[in-house]
Each structure stands twice: as C-alpha cells, then as structure tokens.
Design a binder for this molecule. Structure first.
Ligand SMILES: *[C@@H]1O[C@H](CO)[C@@H](O)[C@H](O)[C@H]1NC(C)=O
Ligand SMILES: *[C@@H]1O[C@H](CO)[C@@H](O)[C@H](O)[C@H]1NC(C)=O
Ligand SMILES: *[C@@H]1O[C@H](CO)[C@@H](O)[C@H](O)[C@H]1NC(C)=O
Ligand SMILES: *[C@@H]1O[C@H](CO)[C@@H](O)[C@H](O)[C@H]1NC(C)=O
Length: 420
C-alpha cells in the first residue's frame, strides 16, 4: 500500500490569487527540457496510401518508441495535401459554436496544420482500423465543453466510413452517444466540468459564476462511466475563476448541513484529481480499460504574451506562434505539476494526453467571433469584435483533430506511452 502523500493540508496564503497570477505573467519558463538526440530520419512523403500503410506505421512508431520519441514535443507543419481530414459541412455533428466557416471565418489556414513530433512521425489516422479495434466497445469522453469538442472531432474523424443507416447520435441529459451499429461500438460524451460533483452539473443550465465543488464526491457522475472500455477525462477551465475555489462538505440538497470552505485552486484541483484516481483504481480493470487524461487546453486572451499588438487577443490571428519556448499563462505550470504528481501515483495506468504545449502555439485555431452567439450582440460589441472573441474553444476541423490523432497513437501504438 502506498501511503497518501503528505501535502493534503490546505495552504492559507494571504495574497490574492489575482496577484499571484499577475506576478507570473512575465515569468518565461524553459519548457524544452527534453534532449532531441532521438531524431529519426525523415519519413519520405506518403503520396498515396496502400493496404500496408498500417503495418508501415507500426514499424515507424515502434522504432521511434525504442528511441524515446516524445509525441508532444514537435512542431506544426503546414500541409495542404492531407489536412484537414474532413470538411466542416460534411460532418453534421459539429455544434454551431464550433463551425467557423459557416459563421463567416474568412481564412482556412488553421485547418491545414499537421503536428510533427521531433522524434518520429504520427501514424496516419485510419477510421476503419479504429472502429475494428472498438468493435463491441464503448469509448467515453468525460469533462467540459473542450472535451465535448474533442468528442465531436473524434466522431467526425470516424463517421464517414459508417453507412448512414448504421449510425445514430443522441443526447439524454448529460450523456451524448454516437453509435456505430455495424461495429456495435459507441463514442460518448458525458458532461461533468469538474469531474467531481458541482453546482454546474446541469448539461444545459450551467453558466454559473459562483461555482461550488464537492471535491470528494464523484459517484453521482461516475456511475455513468462504469464498464466503459476507453475513458478520456479532462477538467481545467472551470477551476480558473481567478479566485479561491469554494469547496462544499455536505450535500447540495441539505442546506442546513452545508459547510463551504475556500481553497487555493491547485489544492482543490488536486483533491478532485485524487478522487478521480481513486475511482479509476477501484472501478476499472487494467487489462480491459484504457484511461486517458487530457491536460489543460490553453486560451489566448492576451496578445502581448506572444508579441502581438497591445490589447489584442486571438481575434484575427491566422498563424501559429513560432517561438518554441512560448508558454502562455504561467500559473498553468502549477496545474501541470499537480497533474503529473497525482497521476504518477495512480496504481492503474492513466495516460496523459499532454496537449497543452502544442496547443499553446495555436493562437490561430480558436473560434474567435466565428460561431453562434448565445445572446444578441450589442452595438458596442459589434464595434469592437475582439471584445466578444472566443479565445477558449477551437474551430472544427482543426486543432482538436490532432489531439485525437495523438489519442489514436497512444491507444493503438502503445510503445509510445508517456509514462509507466
Ligand atoms: C485501414 O485499416 C483497415 C482495417 O485494419 C485496413 O484494411 C486498411 O487497409 C487500412 N487502410 C489504410 C489506408 O491503411
Ligand atoms: C455490444 O457491445 C456491448 C458493450 O458495449 C456488449 O455488452 C454486447 O455484448 C455487444 N453485443 C454484441 C452482439 O456483440
Ligand atoms: C467546516 O469544515 C472545515 C474543514 O473540514 C472544519 O474545519 C470546520 O470546523 C467546519 N465548520 C463547520 C461549521 O462545521
Ligand atoms: C507536458 O509537456 C510539457 C511540454 O513538453 C512539459 O513541460 C510538461 O512537463 C509535460 N507534462 C507532464 C505532466 O508530463
């Protein structure tokens, strides 16, 4: 038995989180610690695919794994030939908050970037192969709207090889299910923005500024994940309130017994992740279940961070950041440390989909103003588009397809797992 780590006590700092974040804004971190001795010879460009592609991919990836390829350290390569992997109008499952072309985005460059790890090439995504592997299985994404985006991207990558009569897509409360009936497989999304129980759990009415989290309580949600074969978790954005988190002991129903305490964001986040790990350890079969956690999806709210114009954000950005050392809000470093520590202690393997750095470069990939708006825009907003640009979510097709290529690689080319 491993004893619990000693850091469960709650730090009581007197300065506000806001100051803390400010103090880190100019902190440029050195993020490229890996050595690049592992660079393989370049793969010749694949002009056309043949039936042995899959085997070739396996060989490439196995060789790379032996030499220690870090999938998440690499660069974006502009590729008009093979990207995007599907067309926006041909994937009916993309919600109108993510269909950027349909909402007037004038440029398409953001669809054409391919991720190239320094040490290897990613195997090409083969939808038929993936569905074969998922035959009789359930795959579920659990988390917030960013994970929903990744779920939809996965459905878009897969649905074309399934005949119309064999697929369905339906939402029941917090659960959305895409079924590939001819494979008896499903790809699902479950809304739980904090993973643990919170006052923001309603799948439709959840825009709550005063967020309260019941960090120790997970079963209300987790009973819906039992028996799933591939689980992909995320949680991050909802914790970033800029203030301490409100943690509830007691239940949301019984107001008399409610005890709400304030906790530093990282400490609260750590409590919740530990709860997830405990659930995974108790409820999954390591021989049957694969568990992933997607790291923080970065935002691009301040263009001075990448040397852009003063007071700008992601609005009108059309190309990735080229500085390999770019790392946005540095308070994220602390969250990354929490993720690393908590999952390394798990007795069941939880693979990290470490998409933070590669997504940091993609200031061009957000939905910005090209999405369905919840509320009518005011004349002031219309006069200043960047004031309502969404620099959090990502257009589809786009960046999140890459997250799924990485997930695909980790699932089926296990030589490349990040740890354990
Ligand atoms: C994709 O996978 C299927 C099933 O394994 C295989 O038959 C097919 O040849 C693969 N296609 C490519 C282009 O590799
Ligand atoms: C279909 O898949 C489910 C798991 O998702 C499994 O329980 C069931 O036995 C499968 N049915 C058939 C006919 O293979
Ligand atoms: C609320 O919970 C905290 C932390 O567990 C505890 O120290 C405190 O005594 C509790 N307050 C009440 C009124 O129960
Ligand atoms: C994720 O990748 C970044 C950049 O390569 C690295 O700094 C960070 O430590 C990684 N996170 C974990 C938990 O391994």
């Amino acid at each position: 038995m491993k004893s619990p780590p000693p850091s469960t006590s709650i730090r009581k700092t007197s300065y506000s989180s806001y100051l803390l974040i400010l103090s880190f804004i100019f902190f440029i971190a050195i993020i490229y610690g890996e050595d690049f001795a592992c660079i393989l010879r370049q793969q010749p460009p694949q002009e056309h695919f043949d039936h042995q592609q899959q085997e070739k991919d396996e060989v490439v990836v196995e060789v790379a794994a032996e030499r220690g390829c870090n999938l998440f350290s690499g660069e974006w390569v502009y590729d008009e030939e093979t990207r995007p992997q599907y067309v926006e109008e041909e994937c009916p499952y993309i919600q109108p908050q993510l269909t950027c072309q349909a909402h007037g985005r004038p440029d398409k460059g953001y669809q054409h970037w391919r991720w190239k790890p320094h040490g290897c090439s990613l195997p090409s995504f083969n939808a038929t192969f993936m569905l074969e592997m998922l035959r009789g299985k359930r795959m579920m994404f659990v988390g917030d709207s960013l994970n929903r985006g990744q779920f939809v991207s996965m459905v878009c990558l897969l649905h074309r090889v399934i005949p119309e009569s064999s697929k369905s897509f339906e939402t029941m409360d917090s659960l959305t299910v895409f079924r590939a009936k001819n494979y008896n497989a499903s790809i699902e999304f479950y809304w739980a923005p904090f993973l643990v129980e919170s006052n923001s759990d309603n799948a439709i009415v959840h825009r709550i500024p005063d967020r309260i989290v019941r960090a120790g309580s997970i079963n209300k949600h987790a009973k819906h994940w039992k028996g799933v074969d591939v689980l992909v978790f995320n949680t991050y954005l909802w914790w970033m309130t800029g203030q301490k988190m409100k943690i509830l002991r007691g239940s949301f129903q019984d107001e008399m017994k409610q005890n709400i305490t304030l906790m530093e964001t990282e400490d609260a986040y750590k409590l919740a992740l530990r709860r997830v790990v405990r659930w995974v350890e108790k409820n999954t079969d390591p021989h049957k279940t694969r568990v992933f956690f997607t790291s923080m999806s970065p935002t691009h709210e301040r263009s001075d961070g990448w040397g852009g114009e003063k007071d700008g954000n992601c609005y009108k950005e059309t190309s990735p950041i080229k500085d390999p050392n770019y790392w946005g809000v540095s308070s994220n470093k602390k969250i990354m440390e929490v993720i690393k520590k908590v999952f390394q202690k798990s007795k069941v393997e939880i693979s990290l989909l470490n998409i933070t750095q590669l997504s940091e470069y993609r200031k061009d990939a957000h939905t910005s103003i090209y999405k369905k708006q919840w509320n009518p825009l005011t004349p002031e907003q219309l006069a200043n588009p960047k004031s309502y640009a969404d620099c959090v979510h990502w257009c589809l097709p786009g960046l999140q397809d890459t997250w799924n290529e990485l997930l695909y690689t980790q699932l089926f080319f296990p030589g490349l797992r990040e740890w354990k």
